[in-house]
Ligand binder design. Structure first.
Ligand code: ATP
Length: 346
């Protein structure tokens, strides 16, 4: 059982606060992704959990036990970092078995665990090869296999696929997900790549400026962003936003009346995803600036009431730049945000 509990954790570097009062529970065997832009504090949080640095405030528990004062080797964790240190002068076998040998495990057990981990990562045919003779993708697999061979309760990964090319990244993403489901470890995975986060995570914790803004399933983060920041960060392209003014019991955005939340404000923000717009006779109208064919869809960038607005539409709709088109937002996909706090409104 390796639930991870982070309670009121704060990290300060001199006068700079990198993490503000973080509360997060990662359930046993859960795959949690820490997602956020560069500098938001993902690596700092992972390093605190790993024991590579210490929290200024708060408590970290692994498996119900406070670990704040424990060194990394006593925390039942394994780590894979971006600059995976695979030793080129050792064979793949010796690289994967490195941690087990440090633990002074008998050699027959090492062989068994190394073989199993290598099979999981499909590199069993490379065991005798020197790691210096491997491709980047193969070395990456060795690094993951070495972590898996330890059969850790907790696996911490920091951008482990970032050195791979796009195609290999996509392949490894799916493979890693399968392997980690099988291995039953509790995993925390750091990335700034939202596609990786959406496709791999049981739950995504979106970070911004040293805070966790939302921790929820990928589909909830996409459909029901807790704040304007999350709506603008998740999704490619991100959510569209328009100011909406109160008028006669409705909210009017770009001249169109919508039913919205009852709040004591004169202006709030209307939001809709580019995927949730349909061509229609009535709705939001705007002049098309650019049409980008993407194969399965076309991305239309337009100007709606002076605001940049994007729509993902079917490829075969004949739309040209300079035209004026009208799009109807799917009513159940419209979201609203408070312009002051930026939080979602019900
Ligand atoms: P990236 O994706 O670029 O790795 P990140 O989200 O992992 O970003 P962190 O490395 O956690 O970000 O850094 C968070 C903030 O803390 C940054 O502003 C960084 O400059 C600062 N920081 C990290 N380590 C230190 C340190 N040792 N001393 C001072 N500031 C630090």
């Amino acid at each position: 059982m390796a639930e991870i509990k982070i309670k009121g954790v704060e990290k300060r570097f001199a006068s700079f606060t990198a993490l503000h009062s973080i509360d997060l529970t990662v359930k046993d065997q859960e795959f949690l992704v820490l997602l956020g832009a560069s500098g938001c504090g993902k690596t700092t949080l992972l390093r605190l959990i790993a024991g590579l640095d210490f929290a200024t405030e708060g408590e970290i528990q692994i498996g119900g036990k406070r670990v704040n004062e424990l060194p990394p080797r006593s925390r039942e964790i394994a780590m894979v970092f971006q600059n995976y240190a695979v030793f080129p002068h050792l064979t793949v076998f010796d690289n994967i078995g490195f941690g087990l040998r440090m633990k002074k495990m008998p050699s027959d057990q090492i062989r068994q665990k190394v073989t199993k981990a290598a099979e999981m990562m499909h590199i069993e045919q490379l065991l005798e090869r020197y790691s210096g003779q491997l491709s980047g993708g193969q070395r990456q697999r060795v690094a993951v296999a070495r972590a898996l061979a330890m059969e850790p309760e907790v696996l911490l990964m920091d951008e482990p696929l970032s050195n791979l090319d796009a195609l290999l990244r996509m392949e490894m993403r799916a493979e890693l997900k399968g392997v980690l489901q099988e291995s039953k470890t509790t995993t925390i995975y750091v990335t700034h790549d939202q596609v990786e986060a959406m496709s791999m995570a049981d739950r995504i914790a979106v970070m911004h400026g040293g805070h966790i803004i939302q921790a929820a399933s990928p589909i909830s983060v996409y459909r029901d962003p807790a704040s304007r920041f999350v709506g603008g960060f998740i999704g490619n392209p991100p959510m569209n936003f328009l100011p909406a003014k109160r008028s006669n019991g409705h909210w009017t955005a770009a001249g169109v009346a919508f039913d919205g939340p009852s709040v004591d404000k004169e202006t709030i923000e209307f939001a809709i995803r580019p995927e949730d717009l349909d061509p229609s006779d009535t709705g939001l109208s705007g002049r098309v600036r650019v049409v980008e064919p993407l194969g399965a869809h076309q991305l239309v960038t337009m100007d709606v009431d002076g605001h940049l607005f994007r729509a993902v539409l079917e490829s075969d709709l004949p739309i040209g730049s300079g035209e004026t088109i009208t799009l109807a937002p799917k009513p159940d996909r419209i979201r609203w945000f408070d312009p002051d706090s930026e939080n979602a409104l019900q």
